[in-house]
Design a binder for this molecule. Structure first.
Ligand code: ATP
Length: 603
């Protein structure tokens, strides 16, 4: 059972790294070159002790100065070749690691741009950030270490044993004993360290999660004087990390001295037993003994390399799995195979929901219960439809089906009679402009933010949208006006100003269908009324959907749709609903109660 698991994990690792190798398609020759360089480095490293034996045995011991000089030059040459090849190989290692991380990061970023809202919900933005940064970095380090060091390990190991067997067969047993001892230590090391590293990684994730949550919500923490609580919470995560990190770090720090101590024992054993053989006149010479001692040191190198590099590879394997998950994600909303040709300028903007049901999909891609059921609704071109209802009743979900942020799970949504799933996403989103519930602005200028959807629009078009969204008023107070700076996420603007800039961005698209999802909630009622009047003027032929919590936001709509727990409870004008719908009366009473008592006609 355990061996099955290990085999599966091993196969998975091989397949992950095989797939990673495909990143280098077209550059395979560099790896071939790196293998040659590694062979040269290993050859040079292995040649030096053998040459030193020759120098001692046949040069120094024989008193032959010229032979000593010749061998000395050869040793120097071997050292220069090994050094130069090592430097060249380090260059390839750096190139390979940087190239692969750039390629993985770019591919991942491009892939994320193709994902649907549903995919992003599952990955979560913060998680994607880690996959684009830390995970890519882990892979990069593993590649660098492997190219630079790992390839040499088997060459040095096999080379040392062969040379020792040829040069000093009587001492090979010492090498075998050392090898067995070191292998046992390394296996023990991995059995203990590997799971400890995995635990440490999960505690690092815990610290990151605690940090992210506290730092993004730092204002709320301060406002509610919860610093002490947050410090304790973070302290707990930091303690867990310290405890989890201590064990593998300790064991790692014991590894080097232990390996060195064993190597020194081997060193002593070679001199003792080798010296005995020299004195006994078995044919073993003093130079062979000194070079055997050097080979003991060389034997340690591959084992140490494996010990150092393997944790990087295990970590990179876990990271690769997470990176490939993103690269393999199938967008929930697919482009139509045979899109209907539509001339956006000729679209009238009649939107129809035909017996629509909808549920958000879970991790397995299956709808997780229904959020909307049996929705039937027609919005005529140019009409303004307001959606009202308790929080969580499905208003945002309903309008998000029009631009296909999500796909219906039953029924269909059509624009001018064409199923939205038959329209290419680009065309669809050129017809439909959305101002999302959360105002998102990008760093740059005000001008750039309003032009975001259509950078080529004229100054007049940009200004018209800005005036309609009541942006012009506060922009006039900024010295640089429309060239005024927008900080990251629009943090230098108030909530209401950010909403107005987001509305301007949506209006500037001059869409056929406009969706405002609770977009004026942070504006005062007077500003909201001004924006609505301006939108009615500017967007006369546009079909408008206004999602709102406040009755005042939809009171002037042609029709108000009252939603309750995912179904349409009632539809009508404000006056009609006030007369016929108890739920509407209840909402009206709670929000504008005094108006109802004094006659109830607020329109
Ligand atoms: N991305 C999502 N993944 C899973 N469930 C979601 C998601 N977004 C909303 N929901 C769920 O769907 C239901 C309807 O949410 P929706 O946002 O459409 O309501 P709403 O009427 O717009 O609420 P509010 O007025 O508070 O914005 C809620 O129960 C909510 O928990």
């Amino acid at each position: 059972m355990v061996s099955d698991d290990l085999t599966r994990a091993g196969l998975m690792t091989i397949s992950n790294f095989k797939r990673l190798y495909q990143v280098f398609h077209g550059y395979e020759r560099w790896f071939l070159f790196s293998i040659l360089l590694n062979i040269a480095v290993a050859g040079g490293t292995l040649a030096i002790p053998a040459l030193s034996a020759d120098l001692i045995n046949n040069g120094i011991m024989a008193g032959d100065f010229s032979y000593s000089l010749d061998v000395g030059v050869l040793m120097l040459l071997a050292a220069v070749i090994a050094g130069a090849c090592q430097i060249a190989n380090a260059g390839i290692a750096v190139w390979a690691s940087e190239y692969s991380s750039h390629s993985l990061r770019t591919r991942e970023f491009e892939k994320i741009q193709t994902l649907s809202f549903g995919n992003i919900d599952k990955f979560r933005s913060s998680d994607l950030l880690v996959r684009l940064t830390t995970d890519v970095q882990n892979v990069k380090i593993a590649i660098q270490q492997s190219v630079m060091n790992l390839m040499q390990a088997p060459l040095l190991l096999i080379g040392t044993i062969i040379i020792m067997a040829a040069m000093a067969p009587a001492l090979v047993w010492i090498m075998v004993v050392l090898l067995v001892l070191l292998t046992i230590i390394l296996v023990l090391y991995f059995v203990i360290v590997e799971p400890a590293f995995t635990r440490k990684q999960s505690e690092i994730d815990g610290v990151n999660k605690a940090l992210r949550e506290t730092l993004t919500g730092i204002r709320v923490v301060k406002a509610f004087v919860r610093q002490e609580y947050e410090i304790n919470k973070f302290g707990q995560a930091a303690d867990n990390l310290k405890r989890a990190a201590m064990r593998p770090q300790m064991i790692m720090s014991y590894l080097m001295p232990t390996v060195f101590a064993i190597a020194l024992l081997g060193f002593g054993a070679v001199y003792y037993f080798g010296g005995e053989q020299v004195l006994a006149g078995t044919g073993l010479m003093i130079g062979d003994v000194t070079s055997a001692a050097q080979y003991i040191l060389i034997l340690m190198m591959p084992l140490l390399i494996i010990a150092i590099v393997l944790p990087f590879i295990t970590q990179a394997n876990a990271s690769l799995k997470r990176i490939f998950e993103v690269l393999d994600a199938v967008p929930e909303v697919q482009e139509p195979k045979d899109p209907v040709t539509i001339n956006v300028d000729q679209v009238k903007g009649r939107v129809e929901f035909e017996n629509v049901s909808f549920g958000y999909r879970n991790a397995e891609g299956v709808p997780d219960g229904e959020v909307l059921t049996g929705i039937n609704l027609v919005a005529q071109p140019g009409e303004t439809i307001g959606f009202l209802g308790a929080t969580g009743c499905g208003k945002s979900s309903l309008v998000s089906l029009i631009p296909r942020f999500y796909d219906v799970t039953g029924g269909r949504v059509t624009i001018d009679g064409v199923d939205v799933r038959s329209i290419s996403l680009e065309t669809l989103r050129n017809m439909v402009s959305v101002c999302l519930q959360e105002s998102v602005l990008f760093s740059g200028t005000i001008n750039e933010n309003i032009r975001f959807g259509k950078p080529s629009m004229t100054d007049d078009a940009m200004m018209e949208a800005a005036r309609s969204a009541d942006v012009d008023g506060f922009v006039q107070n900024i010295p640089e006006q429309y060239d005024g700076r927008v900080a990251r996420r629009g943090s230098n603007f108030s909530g209401g100003q950010k909403q107005r800039l987001s509305i301007a961005r949506a209006l500037a698209q001059k869409p056929k269908i406009l969706i405002l999802d609770d977009s004026t909630s942070a504006c005062d009622v007077a500003t909201e009324a001004r924006i609505q009047d301006a939108i009615t003027d500017m967007m006369e032929g546009t079909t408008k959907f206004i999602v709102a919590q406040r009755i005042s936001s939809v009171i002037t709509a042609d029709r108000i749709v009252l939603l309750s727990q995912g179904v349409i409870e009632a539809t009508g004008t404000h006056t009609e609903l006030l007369a016929s719908s108890p739920l509407y009366q209840e909402i009206y009473e709670s929000q504008l109660g005094s108006g109802l008592q004094s006659g109830g006609n607020a329109s």
